[in-house]
Ligand binder design. Structure first.
Ligand SMILES: [Zn+2]
Length: 237
């Protein structure tokens, strides 16, 4: 997961974690919308064949969602490995040099604004209750019971991207040929307003700019691929 994810987890606990998942899902869906829209609109610039559009859109959906899932799996697995290694190291340090670890925890609590006396007392109590958990949380920003599962993360990415990609795919394939482009462009831009707005709100940012950037990005993607597709048809490739 990203740096901001660990940051939010350390401060927002379960709520922060849930918001991160939600935001990742919205961004994954956004990805699916933009890339598949660009793909099918580009192909629609080159051909009017419905079966070709369907094949291209479906291939794009599957390739994109698999690629997202793989990337997420690899990145979360790596993060999990390094978190496990850090916890193992911490466990060993606690076993071999408990007094140094107590001082370390005291220092970290003082960095967070506690006085030496209170920090020392807090460190002693935390160490008595669950030393590893205390060090994991204060020193590493990790909850040892809630390491992200790579399979869950991969599935979530796969589903989010697929959900987003279905919109342009259906919008280009279902309507009659004469209106398929306007229907696709309009529904994609409308969806990008929703995803841009939602992800900005989840990230506590101002929505207007995020919506504008998101819609502009999607429009650009469709414009460029449509131009490329039309060019290919014109030169008879
Ligand atoms: Zn430590």
């Amino acid at each position: 997961m990203t740096e901001s994810a660990t940051h939010d987890e350390a401060h927002g606990g379960a709520l922060g974690e849930r918001l991160n998942w939600l935001r990742a899902a919205v961004l994954g869906a956004n990805d699916g919308i933009v890339s598949t829209a660009g793909l099918v609109v580009g192909v629609a610039g080159a051909t009017t064949e419905r079966s070709t559009l369907l094949a291209a859109g479906l291939a794009g959906l599957l390739a994109g969602s698999m690629s997202m899932a793989t990337g997420e799996f690899v990145s979360v697995s790596t993060q999990r490995d390094s978190e496990k290694a850090a916890l193992a190291m911490e466990r060993q340090e606690l076993r071999e040099q408990p007094e140094a670890e107590l001082q370390e925890l005291t220092g970290l609590l003082m960095d967070r604004g506690l006085s030496r006396r209170v920090a020392r007392e807090a460190a002693i109590q935390l160490t008595e209750r669950d030393a590893l958990r205390a060090h994991a949380s204060v020193e590493l920003g990790i909850n040892p019971d809630a390491l992200t599962n790579p399979w869950h993360a991969a599935w979530a990415s796969f589903l989010a991207f697929t959900a987003g990609a279905l919109l342009p795919l259906l919008a280009i394939v279902l309507p009659p040929q004469t209106v398929r482009l306007p229907v696709t462009v309009a529904s994609v831009l409308a969806a990008l307003v929703v995803t841009g707005w939602t992800s900005a709100r989840l990230g506590a940012a101002k929505p207007a700019r995020a919506v504008l950037r998101n819609v502009a990005g999607g429009a650009l993607a469709m414009g460029i691929t449509y131009a490329a597709g039309t060019l290919l048809r014109t030169v008879g490739a």
